[in-house]
Design a binder for this molecule. Structure first.
Ligand SMILES: [Fe+2]
Ligand SMILES: [Fe+2]
Length: 154
């Protein structure tokens, strides 16, 4: 059977993103009980790849890496904003898209991966690709691990 997911390509896309100083700014923000946002998005990227690989999906490695790394590119500490969890939950995907577009170009698929990751909370922005479904699932899985089980890495 053909093996669809190219790990080397995914890891090299991931490294390009993580070497970007703008993306490194996520290391300065906390989420999920003491984890940095950068560590969280890296966890989501690795889990996303693992899910896609396990399911034998023919994925777009570049879009998956960009969508996973940029999905929480909102650049603030939630408690300092005074936003309720609900307000943060519904508003940060759009902000992440806006911030990401200041740093690099996004195609429609990449934008939708970021925009839809909180679905079904953001009811009118459902995932529209297998990459978006995978990132949405990986984010929920990682959030539970990081919050409930205090696991910082995957
Ligand atoms: Fe998020
Ligand atoms: Fe997230």
């Amino acid at each position: 059977m053909k093996h669809h997911c190219n790990r080397d390509l995914f890891v090299s896309e991931l490294n390009d993103l993580l070497n970007n100083p703008e993306i490194q700014r996520m290391a300065g923000y906390e989420q999920h009980q003491g984890n940095t946002t950068l560590q969280h998005v890296l966890n989501v990227a690795m889990v996303s790849f693992r899910i896609a690989d396990r399911l034998g999906l023919d994925i777009d490695e570049r879009a998956l890496a960009k969508g996973a790394v940029l999905h929480d590119f909102y650049l603030y500490n939630i408690p300092e904003t005074g936003l309720s969890d609900y307000r943060h939950g519904v508003s940060h995907p759009e902000l992440a898209v806006r911030n990401a577009k200041k740093v690099m170009s996004l195609n429609k698929k990449e934008e939708n991966i970021i925009r839809s990751h909180m679905w079904p909370l953001t009811l009118f922005h459902p995932p529209q690709s297998k990459e978006a479904v995978v990132v949405m699932m990986a984010d929920k899985y990682c959030a539970v691990r990081e919050m409930v089980f205090r696991k910082k890495t995957v």
